[in-house]
Design a binder for this molecule. Structure first.
Ligand code: PGA
Length: 237
């Protein structure tokens, strides 16, 4: 794992977006794994800005989103399909037919990813409980894309986007940790003090299903981008 600590979230957003753009320019039919939540929003804004400056085209890029709620209409404002259309796809030249979500296709998601050549770069956030995508503590490290129950803490965390906790779905479809580990390169971004414990367990703890993100220690090409708050509990920091 390579850990990069930045003074601000804005600096991380610029750095990661610039990196993504340079990789797409080097390989226009790039396959990118995308995340939702608050973490990648700034990266998507930077990507839109670079697109508007004609620095990149996404028209031949294929994307695979990590996860999607079960039970929300596709166009529900809190569905991840809606989020991606709204925050990235509709504001760039992404070909929506090349954008995939678990549950939207009848094909096996992991086989579909493999048929496109695999994910060149996976963008990840991390939950306060150490989850990545909706792989909650206790999920097998070998799991491929599957349906899962959301942890109470995750529903509480995500209830800020809904009118009430009751409205937050109880289930989701998610790429498994085994699916995520197949990505050729992974960038995980974490900012804020509320992520500091999970970041410490991920980087310095044992590899243990209680911290799903700790499996990333076994991946050969992982970059962790942190602000100073998220990095504050790391040894030597
Ligand atoms: P956040 O969520 O980006 O909204 O903090 C990250 C996650 O739960 O994986």
């Amino acid at each position: 794992m390579k850990v990069h600590v930045f003074k601000s979230k804005e600096m991380i957003d610029q750095e990661v977006a610039t990196l993504i753009v340079s990789k797409i320019n080097a390989k226009p039919n790039f396959v990118i794994g995308l995340a939702t939540g608050s973490t990648p929003l700034g990266i998507y804004q930077e990507l839109i800005s670079l697109y508007q400056q004609n620095k990149v085209s996404f028209k031949d890029v294929t994307s695979f989103n990590l996860d999607e709620y079960v039970g929300l209409e596709k166009m529900h404002p809190q569905s991840y399909r809606y989020y991606m259309n709204h925050h990235l796809f509709s504001k760039t030249d992404f070909n929506v037919e090349n954008t995939f979500f678990p549950g939207e296709t009848s094909e096996n998601y992991d086989l579909l990813i493999a048929s496109k050549g695999g994910i060149d770069l996976q963008i990840l956030g991390i939950g306060g409980n150490g989850h990545i995508a909706f792989n909650e503590p206790g999920t097998s490290f070998d799991a491929l894309t599957h349906e899962t129950l959301l942890a109470h803490q995750t529903r509480l965390d995500n209830s800020r986007f809904f009118n009430s906790l009751e409205e937050v779905p109880t289930k989701a479809l998610t790429m498994g940790l085994g699916s995520i580990m197949c990505a050729k390169e992974i960038i995980l971004v974490a900012t804020g003090l509320n992520k500091a414990e999970a970041v410490k367990s991920m980087i310095e703890g044992d590899i243990n299903v209680n911290c799903p993100a700790s499996i990333l220690q076994n991946h050969i090409n992982v970059h962790i981008y942190l602000d100073e708050d998220a990095a504050s509990l790391l040894e030597g920091n």
